[in-house]
Write a protein that binds this ligand. Structure first.
Ligand SMILES: NC(=O)c1ccc[n+]([C@@H]2O[C@H](COP(=O)([O-])OP(=O)(O)OC[C@H]3O[C@@H](n4cnc5c(N)ncnc54)[C@H](OP(=O)(O)O)[C@@H]3O)[C@@H](O)[C@H]2O)c1
Length: 316
């Protein structure tokens, strides 16, 4: 499988990442009702079988459960796996030591001594300065507990600042993890994508399927299938679905010619932008297998342009 080097440095990862926010989460997703540990174990196994060995988690997902599941599953395999997790800059964490302590706890839950990527989950850090934060992360790279440093939800200016602080320490800013899909293209109009390219920062695209919308499986007729917080999201209401219908039709039309699903076309379009790795959230082995089918082929230039054109209303 083709691999991508994160930022300008190690590590190397596949061009698709598996998102594990739903692994144990009952606040937004419906863990425990719609799916449970067996489905997650099967999803993990299916990912490894497909060669998609890169997983994104966070200490806050399922209040630690997501990291714990990942740790348990990794223990049962000898296949190399790349793990990205995230530090939450919460108000009571205002020292470098509190960053290192949070990493220690994440590593314990993951049952690992080292992870490939440690990301700052959001830019607002209360009383913890970006200087302290980035310098502590650079210390952790030197210490060998993390291979690369990333940020998440940072604007172009915030990404530049983090990049500069790390550069003084000789550590590249490897990634900025941001919301990016065909139905959320603001990262293009706000300059985040252009700045990331300039700085050599890889974009990890979260919610790349617009939380399921781009699979085309939700229609005004089957909304009762929806579970969790999406039930009250207007994007999943009748009007919201009508608005995106032309996009889904195009993805379906292009997909049918290539024997691909709308989800596979949507993920492939993101990968085709270059320097972008989608993080597709999954709950089952079937979803993993389908999403892995976004790899190993490429949309042609006309298809890429046609999809770009129809999704321009979602640039702002
Ligand atoms: N850094 C951040 O602030 C941040 C924020 C959000 C997410 N993330 C990361 O990004 C990952 C992905 O984002 P996300 O979960 O919000 O959205 P997503 O990847 O766009 O959508 C995931 C959901 O779509 C459905 N789905 C996925 N693949 C499918 C397939 N092949 N066929 C049918 N349905 C499919 C599943 O839900 P149903 O089956 O229930 O429809 C799944 O839970 C997260 O797991 C997390 O790692 C990061």
């Amino acid at each position: 499988m083709e691999t991508i080097t994160l930022g300008k440095n190690v590590p190397t990862v596949p061009p698709l990442c598996i998102g594990t926010w739903a692994w144990g989460d009952k606040l937004f997703w419906n863990y425990g009702s719609d799916y449970g540990p067996e489905q997650l174990q099967a999803a993990f196994t299916a990912a490894l079988e497909a060669g998609v060995t890169f997983f994104d988690t966070a200490e806050v997902y399922g209040m630690g459960l997501s990291e714990k599941f990942l740790g348990q599953f990794i223990k049962q395999t000898t296949q190399p796996v790349q793990v990205a997790t995230k530090f939450g800059p919460l108000p009571w964490r205002f020292t470098g030591q509190s960053v290192s302590d949070a990493l220690t706890e994440s590593l314990k839950r993951l049952q690992l001594e080292r992870i490939e990527l440690y990301q700052v989950h959001w830019p607002f850090a209360f009383f913890l300065s970006q200087e302290t934060l980035m310098n502590t992360l650079a210390d952790e790279v030197q210490r060998g507990r993390i291979a690369a440093v990333g940020v998440s939800n940072y604007s172009a200016a915030q990404m530049r600042e983090a990049h500069q602080i790390l550069a003084v320490r000789g550590v590249p800013l490897a990634v900025n993890q941001v919301r990016y899909s065909l139905l959320t293209r603001q990262v293009e109009s706000s300059g985040i994508i252009a700045t990331a390219r300039e700085l050599g920062v890889t974009i990890l695209a979260y919610s790349p399927l617009a939380q399921g919308l781009l699979t085309g499986k939700y229609t005004p007729e089957n909304l009762e299938k929806l579970s969790g917080a999406r039930k009250i999201d207007p994007k999943f209401g009748k009007e919201g679905l009508e608005k995106i219908a032309p996009v889904i039709s195009l993805l379906r039309e292009i997909g049918e010619k290539r024997d691909r699903t709308p989800a596979q076309v949507a993920l492939n379009w993101l990968i085709a932008q270059g320097n972008v790795i989608p993080i597709a959230g999954v709950k089952t082995a079937e979803q993993v297998k389908q999403n892995a089918g976004a790899l190993g082929w490429t949309l042609n230039n006309d298809e890429i342009a046609e999809i770009e054109k129809i999704t321009r209303p979602w640039l702002n």
